[in-house]
Write a protein that binds this ligand. Structure first.
Ligand SMILES: [Zn+2]
Length: 382
């Protein structure tokens, strides 16, 4: 059966038998020829309907035989504007140190940033996220004072990047762990537990300082309860809430995938761990509650971290926050694993970088914090 015959038969079948103006089936002699045609079509359609429906539903290959039609199968395709590139900023202006556990990633001082970023901006880099790394001895304290030091690495970098790359969108991670003597993400009580009220007050001060220095987006990663609301209120009070994005690390899980980051940022806790404020890996319901809470408190973007082991959480975030952009952080351990797998010959690096990132997008994210960003700027060019 030709395709055109099939279409006309199916259309005929949908319409039913020929009728007169009153809608009654025509059975007069004058309609005999059309009835014959109808009978033939019905017989033909009945005879082939099983095979037709079977054929149509089983024939998928045609839909993705071409590279472009394959790309169309994705709900969303990776673009350069989805990527945020993490930068570790040292307080030592001329430092440029390769981080052994984080392939191809460096900790850089202020003087090394522009030469590194200029070619990336030319290739289409749209956004960076800044992590300050104080390296000078005796600069850290119990309050994380260097975090919002006007002469510290983050605030200096915000000003530098705003002046050199006016179109670059600057996100600042907001936490205290890189700046506290104990390496935890807030201010501690005497017993070593987080003092939530003091921590939130301090974290929101730091966020405000970054915003006032020129950051486009502040991204609290500390996981203290209530910090999104506190940050929003301080931005409103300062009269700048209308121009600052608050991206909350809403669902940040504790686990073993942050090791290379801690090497880079020098943020390993000096005692204990972060299990009492970061989420337990099995805590899907808790993550949903944290996401809902942060949306309620005024977050503009919600983030899930890590990414590939938490695709269900990304999907939940998109469902709960369907009116918000969802970001995912492919963390240092994920990045290092992909490099290690490629080095061991398990898979091709570029193919796996795309596959893992496309999985993150498929789950629901439209923003990806990725150490692969410089690579993607080249790979997406072709
Ligand atoms: Zn932290």
């Amino acid at each position: 059966m030709s395709f055109s015959t099939l279409v006309s038969d199916l259309a005929f079948r949908d319409r039913g038998p020929p009728t007169d103006l009153n809608g009654s089936a025509i059975s007069k002699p004058s309609a005999i020829s059309r009835n014959v045609s109808y009978a033939r079509s019905t017989t033909s359609t009945n005879a082939t309907s099983v095979s037709i429906s079977g054929d149509i539903s089983s024939q998928l290959h045609g839909g993705y035989s071409h590279p472009l039609s394959r790309a169309w199968q994705a709900d969303r395709q990776l673009t350069k504007s989805m990527l945020i590139y993490p930068l570790f900023i040292s307080d030592s202006p001329d430092e440029e140190t390769l981080i052994p556990s984080l392939p191809n990633q460096h900790r850089r001082g202020l003087n090394k940033l522009i030469p590194h970023l200029a070619p990336l901006v030319r290739k289409g880099l749209r956004s960076v996220i800044l992590f300050g790394v104080p390296t000078a001895p005796n600069t850290k304290d119990a309050l994380g004072t260097p975090a919002d030091d006007p002469d510290g690495p983050v605030i200096q970098t915000i000003r530098l990047l705003r002046s050199k790359f006016p179109s670059l969108f600057i996100v600042t991670d907001v936490c205290l762990c890189e700046y506290t003597s104990h390496g935890h993400c807030g201010i501690l009580r005497d017993d070593g537990s987080l003092n939530n009220a003091l921590s939130v007050d301090r974290i929101s001060d730091v966020a405000l300082a970054y915003a006032q220095a020129g950051a486009h987006c502040v991204a609290p990663s500390d996981m203290n309860d209530g910090r999104i609301k506190a940050i929003k209120l301080k931005l409103i009070e300062a009269g700048i809430a209308h121009q600052i994005v608050v991206m909350s690390y809403s669902a940040k899980f504790s686990g073993c995938l942050y090791g290379p980051f801690r090497d880079a940022a020098g943020s390993c806790p000096s005692f204990g761990d972060r299990k009492c404020y970061q989420l337990p890996p099995g805590g899907r319901g808790l993550a949903r509650r944290a996401i809902a809470r942060d949306i309620q408190e005024g977050a503009d973007i919600i983030m899930v971290k890590p990414a590939s082991s938490y695709l269900d959480i990304i999907s939940d975030a998109k469902e709960i926050g369907r009116d918000l952009p969802v970001a995912a952080y492919q963390v240092s351990g994920e990045f290092a694993m992909i490099h290690a797998g490629a080095k061991a010959g398990v898979f091709d690096l570029k193919t796996m970088a795309f596959e893992s990132t496309e999985g993150i997008l498929r789950a629901g994210a439209t923003i990806v914090v990725s150490y692969f960003t410089p690579d993607f700027l080249d790979w997406l060019e072709n």
